[in-house]
Write a protein that binds this ligand. Structure first.
Ligand SMILES: [Zn+2]
Ligand SMILES: [Zn+2]
Length: 141
């Protein structure tokens, strides 16, 4: 999680120029489709393919996937693998906690007398774990 939060998602190199004829002269128009020159007017430089400007980070990010509010960082070229592994770990951890909850319910149910408060707590926790497992699994897929 820390690596996903702290790793820079990838900056456009300051000296980046598209490898086409006429790139030396500044192009101020923005062409989004067709592989033409793409220029970010906010950052003031050319954008390589798949680089996009993030409004939250206020800069262009290489191979930008999305800005993730959970890690308060963009997911891009430099931290894509870290983000994917982080989501995979979240899926594993949430399923593991579901197994622990089910195991504790099976283990403690017959002998406990104070079932009312315990079972309501277990119900809340297992509902949250199920919900989070579902979300994390969908995100990973
Ligand atoms: Zn930009
Ligand atoms: Zn961002």
């Amino acid at each position: 999680y820390y690596a996903a939060v702290s790793r820079d998602p990838g900056r456009v190199p300051p000296a980046f120029l598209p490898d086409v004829e006429g790139a030396e002269t500044p192009v101020h128009e923005v062409k989004r489709k067709g592989g033409d020159l793409r220029y970010c007017q906010k950052c003031g430089h050319y954008k390589p393919p798949r680089a996009h400007h993030c409004r939250v980070c206020k800069r262009c990010v290489l191979k930008m996937d999305h800005h993730c509010i959970w890690i308060n960082n963009c997911v891009g070229h430099e931290n894509y693998k870290i983000f994917l592994v982080f989501v995979l770990y979240a899926v594993i951890a949430s399923f593991y906690s579901m197994i622990l909850i089910v195991g504790s319910v099976i283990h403690s149910a017959p002998k406990d007398e104070q079932l009312s408060s315990d079972s309501s707590r277990t119900l809340i926790v297992s509902t949250l774990a199920l919900f989070f497992s579902y979300l994390a699994c969908c995100m990973f897929i």
